[in-house]
Every structure is written in structure tokens, then in C-alpha cells.
Write a protein that binds this ligand. Structure first.
Ligand code: ATP
Ligand code: MG
Length: 313
């Protein structure tokens, strides 16, 4: 393992009942960074996270997590990693405090009551300490899961969609807290479907149907795809949307409120198409992360289609 890499895994693959879920995925996450893990539903994010922390054995591939071998030192990894699973996994019929005390005892933490009090204070869970976990709202359940994952003061946090369905203010608090943890030397890998959260990460990986399609900073990922985007405003955008869909050079077209955005790979071809709509003023703009991700999904679908055609040819 290189010193600065908290996660360093290579060529991970996993299939379920012969169907590939993760295909040849390599990842490196550096100490102290917030690393975002994104991709459409069912693309293998959870499966990859589980392989990283020794909860699932890969069919192929190897590597290190916190310097421990992901194939042979899984018990050590589990002891040093804080994992917030995608679905709530604490005891619904225990109170907030009881859940945290249970976790703290599981990790044999000395002065565990003090640690529980500290975690409840940091995440402002004290006022709910005697409430049954099952009765908490979604956002507070997630805060409790985070407190539980942090109870043993782990150096690495693996967060699987920790803010799904959580309101914007609570999401922001959640992220600010994660950021404060990184200043204390914690590294975080976070899976999410939210673009604003992706933008808050130091680096990202985007996985589509098991395959890693892009990796880097937001700026790198957008630049790598070499896409061109034009925007217009005005009346009749829904009608314009219909007319532009499927036209030469138009890869994506979307209406956002009072704006219509068009993306392309072939800039010249798109401009020829847009010239057919002289009533609108077209302005070139920065391609968004979401547009890049949609492009990557389209690319992967095209690749799969070709592969299938070749198989049956
Ligand atoms: N234990 C399992 N047994 C069988 N198939 C599984 C199992 N776990 C995952 N899969 C399949 O593997 C693929 C990847 O699933 P995974 O849960 O890793 O995706 P994901 O990217 O986390 O999706 P989401 O965004 O919906 O959480 C899916 O097709 C899923 O149905
Ligand atoms: Mg998942």
C-alpha cells in the first residue's frame, strides 16, 4: 500500500448467480479526502463498498483498506472502519442511547458512557436519547447511524447513501460534520445520488452497471468527456424540446424551468442543428456534472448494445 492511500484496491469483480455486478473496478482513496461514489441504481456501489471493508469476498481482485488485506485481514478492517449501511440497521426497539451504548460495548470501549454522551452531543442527538430508534424521522435515524458508525473513533468512514430522503438543511449539517471529521484525519467514502453532494467531494468515481466510467475531481470528470453545451431562454421551450430531440448532434436536451439546455459531443454538428432555430439565442455554457453522468450511462448502454449485437451476429 502506498502510505497516502487509505483504500487501494485493484480489479475487483463480483457476480451474483452468474450476472456481473462489479466488473474490474480499481479505486484509490487518499487519507483525509472525501471521496464520492456515484452511479445509477443497481450499478454495484453497495457491492463494491462491502468488498472494500471485508463484508463480501470479491470473485477477483485484491487490495488494501487501511493497510489491511481485503481478502485475509477482514476482521481487522471491520474493527477500524465505520460503516453506515444503505438501510437502517440498528435496533428499532432500543432507544437512541441504548443503541449507542450497545455498539460501544460491542467495541469494548473504555468509559463507554462518556463516549456515547460525546457522540450524542456532537450530533445533537441528546434531545432524542430516550426515543426508540424506530420512532425517529428519516434524518435523525441517519444521524443515529452515523453516531453508531463513529462510536469506536474509526479512521475511515464508509457511508452508503447516508442522506437519501433527508431534507436539505439536515443534509448540509451532515456534510459539514463529515468535513469537520476530515480535519481530524478521518477519510470518508460516500455514495450518493445527489449532484450537490458530489460537488462537495474532493474526488469522485462514477460506476455504471458494474464498470468504472470516470474518476477524478468534478472539474477533471467534466473536462475528460469533452462535451459541449448550449443554453437558451424564451417562450415555447416544451415545443422546442420536442423539435430538438433526436436531431443530428443533439445528445441530450432538457428543460430546466425557464431554460433549455442542449448537449453534444460534436460541437459543429450541434451548431448546424441549432442554426435551424434562429428565433432563439444560443449561448455556450459549462456542461454540468449531471449531464456528464447521463452521457456516461448512454455510452455504457451503447457499448452493451454493440456487444450484444456482436454476440448474435
Ligand atoms: N446479495 C445479492 N444477491 C444477488 N444479487 C445482488 C446481491 N447484492 C446485489 N445484487 C445485484 O448486484 C447489482 C448491484 O447491486 P448494488 O446494490 O451493489 O447496486 P447499487 O449501485 O448500490 O444500487 P443502488 O443505487 O440502488 O443502491 C444489482 O443488479 C443487484 O440486484
Ligand atoms: Mg446501493
Amino acid at each position: 500500500m502506498r502510505d497516502e492511500n487509505v483504500i487501494d484496491v485493484h480489479h475487483l469483480s463480483k457476480a451474483f448467480n452468474g450476472k456481473p455486478a462489479v466488473v474490474n473496478v480499481s479505486l484509490d482513496v487518499k487519507a483525509g479526502e472525501i471521496f464520492g461514489f456515484l452511479g445509477p441504481n443497481g450499478s454495484g456501489k453497495t457491492t463494491t463498498i462491502r468488498m472494500l471493508c471485508g463484508l463480501m469476498t470479491p470473485d477477483e481482485g485484491d487490495g488494501y483498506c487501511l493497510g489491511f488485506d481485503i481478502l485475509h485481514e477482514t476482521a481487522k478492517i471491520k474493527r477500524h472502519v465505520g460503516y453506515v449501511p444503505q438501510s437502517f440497521s440498528l435496533y428499532k426497539d432500543l432507544t437512541v442511547k441504548e443503541n449507542l451504548e450497545f455498539m460501544a460495548q460491542l467495541y469494548q470501549i473504555k468509559n463507554f458512557k462518556n463516549r456515547v454522551d460525546l457522540m450524542m452531543a456532537e450530533l445533537e442527538l441528546d434531545r432524542y436519547k430516550d426515543i426508540l430508534a424506530g420512532r425517529l424521522s428519516g434524518g435523525w435515524k441517519q444521524k443515529l447511524s452515523l453516531a453508531a458508525a463513529l462510536i469506536h473513533d474509526p479512521k475511515l468512514l464508509l457511508l452508503d447513501e447516508p442522506t437519501a430522503g433527508v431534507d436539505p438543511k439536515t443534509r448540509r449539517e451532515f456534510w459539514n460534520y463529515i468535513l469537520s471529521l476530515t480535519t481530524r484525519g478521518v477519510t470518508a467514502l460516500v455514495s450518493t445520488h445527489y449532484m450537490d453532494e458530489a460537488e462537495r467531494c474532493n474526488r469522485l468515481a462514477y460506476i455504471v452497471y458494474g464498470r468504472l466510467m470516470a474518476e477524478g475531481t468534478v472539474r477533471d470528470i467534466i473536462a475528460q468527456q469533452k462535451m459541449f453545451t448550449f443554453v437558451t431562454r424564451g417562450d415555447g421551450l416544451p415545443d422546442l424540446y420536442t423539435k430538438l430531440t433526436g436531431r443530428p448532434g443533439v445528445e441530450q436536451v432538457v428543460v430546466w424551468g425557464n431554460e433549455l439546455r442542449v448537449c453534444a459531443i460534436d460541437r459543429a454538428l450541434l451548431q448546424t442543428t441549432l442554426a435551424d432555430f434562429p428565433d432563439y439565442t444560443w449561448e455556450e455554457t459549462r456542461t454540468s456534472l449531471e449531464e456528464v453522468f447521463i452521457h456516461l450511462v448512454n455510452e455504457e448502454k451503447r457499448r452493451e448494445l454493440h456487444e450484444r449485437r456482436d454476440q448474435y451476429a
